[in-house]
Design a protein around this ligand. Structure first.
Ligand code: UDP
Length: 160
């Protein structure tokens, strides 16, 4: 039992993934969810919502002084987003790899941005860049009762 616990440690890392308004408008929500499901990550929370300016200013608190921030705000306010929490071993770093580079032109084919978009200001998705930021962002976008605890049947087939 103790050994099993050691092996489980770290498998509960969480990240905040968001399909941005262009991804929702372009009907890419299912494709993006599918990639995280296929990889073996576990869905812990999911909702379609219209973000407010106040929430976006908190979410992007490190970017509010940037020259591109007003356009980013306008973009993120332009329609609903799909907010998600995904859990699993290394999901923060792996999630970023799955998304691709911030600028889609630098994103390799096979990544989400590398397969579905072109411009940095319309890059269809967000993923937390550190475990610490992931927890901060999850706290901003979800209340505790919106995150579910459940046991996926495939877990023993995903983790050694
Ligand atoms: N962004 C932009 N122009 C830039 C840099 C960023 O429009 O020169 C937008 C882009 O949508 C990006 C978001 O601002 O995804 C947040 O930027 P960040 O540097 O945090 O990149 P990310 O973590 O999203 O890859």
């Amino acid at each position: 039992v103790a050994r099993a616990r050691v092996h489980m440690a770290g498998n509960d890392e969480r990240t905040y993934i968001m399909v941005k308004p262009d991804g929702v408008q372009r009907g890419l929500v299912g494709q993006i969810i599918g990639r995280f499901e296929q990889r073996g990550y576990q869905l812990k929370g999911l909702k379609l919502m219209q973000p407010t300016e106040a929430l976006l200013r908190q979410h992007y608190n490190e970017l509010v002084t940037k020259a591109f921030f007003p356009r980013l705000l306008e973009y993120m306010l332009s329609g609903p987003v799909c907010a998600m929490v995904w859990e699993g071993k290394g999901v923060v770093a792996t999630g970023r790899m799955m998304l691709g580079a911030t600028n889609p032109q630098a994103s390799a084919p096979g990544t989400i941005r590398g397969d579905y978009c072109i411009d940095v200001g319309k890059n269809i998705c967000h993923g937390s860049d550190s475990v610490e930021n992931a927890e901060r962002e999850i706290g901003l976008w979800f209340s505790a009762d919106e995150l579910l605890s459940w046991t996926p049947h495939s877990r023993p087939w995903l983790y050694e």
